[in-house]
Design a protein around this ligand. Structure first.
Ligand code: CP
Ligand code: NVA
Length: 300
């Protein structure tokens, strides 16, 4: 049997993603009832982080403990990866000892090379191209509040980045419509965009893009690895802030999401982030529950 990986949402069928969300909901319910559920007893997840993380690290580490297993945090600073041992070799060695691997890195290609040399499932914990685990949490959060996301109108405001790409993939797999408002020069990858062409619309005006939206989402203007572009991006993205005017264009019961960390006063106002339509704290918590569904699917 070939090893299953979760490198993008498209690695799973719509039915499989649905199953992950259903199991996440079930495992969350057990947790809230205080019932132990440990399908991963004796199993270990290796976690490689080439970039910083709060939510991803804590949620995977806690999730493995909750499910009866354990997790190991590996950073290039204190592994041989940081001293030039090839990812191919690292993948072959580590995957002989652990039951699953989660990697946060820069290039999607690195992740793909890693996965192709791994004996165990590899999970994308964020690359420059995609952040699929966040989308599991976002869909779970939306559906807890408003029911099925299928057929809904979602609006993405800001950079055509890893999160935006994963929203395009989610629109395909979960069958919703997506408006993207981003400044010229910061469009999503053309191939990713083309894949979603039948349900994704690219616009230049956030207010027009938010018209009739059920969900409004944004993310930072400069992602990890783009720190030196911060100043020019701040200028380019002026006018692409989620504020009261953008939220007013959406449906009155629209939700607001942000994968966090957020920069108040840049991509979102403090008023919206802390406002009644924002579900960002539950969204962050749902990283844990959604990934428990994923970990069960891949490792149990
Ligand atoms: N949203 C998210 O992935 O957060 P971290 O960078 O803190 O893991
Ligand atoms: N686009 C952001 C997401 C952080 C969770 C980044 O890549 O830095």
């Amino acid at each position: 049997m070939t090893t299953r990986h979760f490198l993008t949402l498209l690695d799973f069928s719509s039915e499989e993603l649905r199953r992950v969300i259903e199991r996440a909901t079930y495992i969350k319910t057990l947790r809230l009832r205080g019932e132990l559920f440990q399908p991963l007893r004796g199993k270990t997840l290796g976690m490689i982080f080439d970039k910083s993380s709060t939510r991803t690290r804590v949620s995977f580490e806690v999730g493995m403990l909750q499910l009866g297993g354990g997790a190991i945090f590996l950073s290039p600073r204190d592994t041989q990866l940081g001293r030039g041992e090839p990812v191919e070799d690292t993948a072959r060695v580590v995957s002989r000892m652990v039951d699953g691997l989660m990697i946060r890195t820069f290039e999607q290609r690195t992740l793909e090379v890693f996965a192709s040399h791994s004996q165990v499932p590899v999970i994308n914990g964020l690359t420059d191209m995609y952040h699929p685990c966040q989308l599991l949490a976002d869909v779970l959060t939306y559906e807890e509040h408003r029911g099925s996301i299928q057929g809904r109108q979602v609006t993405w405001v800001g950079d055509g980045n890893n999160m935006c790409h994963s929203y395009i993939n989610a629109a395909i797999r979960f069958d919703f419509r997506l408006n993207i408002a981003c400044p010229a020069g910061y469009d999503p990858d053309p191939d990713v965009l083309a894949r979603g062409a039948d349900r994704v619309t690219l616009l230049r005006d956030p207010v027009a893009a938010a018209a009739g939206a059920d969900l409004v989402v944004t993310d930072v203007w400069a992602s990890m690895g783009q720190e030196e572009e911060q100043r020019e991006r701040a200028a380019a993205f002026r006018g692409f802030q989620v504020n009261a005017e953008v939220m007013a264009a959406a449906k009155p019961d629209a939700l607001f999401m942000h994968c966090l960390p957020a920069h108040r006063g840049e991509e979102v106002t403090a008023e919206v982030l802390e406002g009644p339509q924002s579900v960002v704290w539950e969204e962050a918590e749902n990283r844990l529950h959604a990934q428990n569904g994923l970990l069960e699917f891949l490792l149990a």
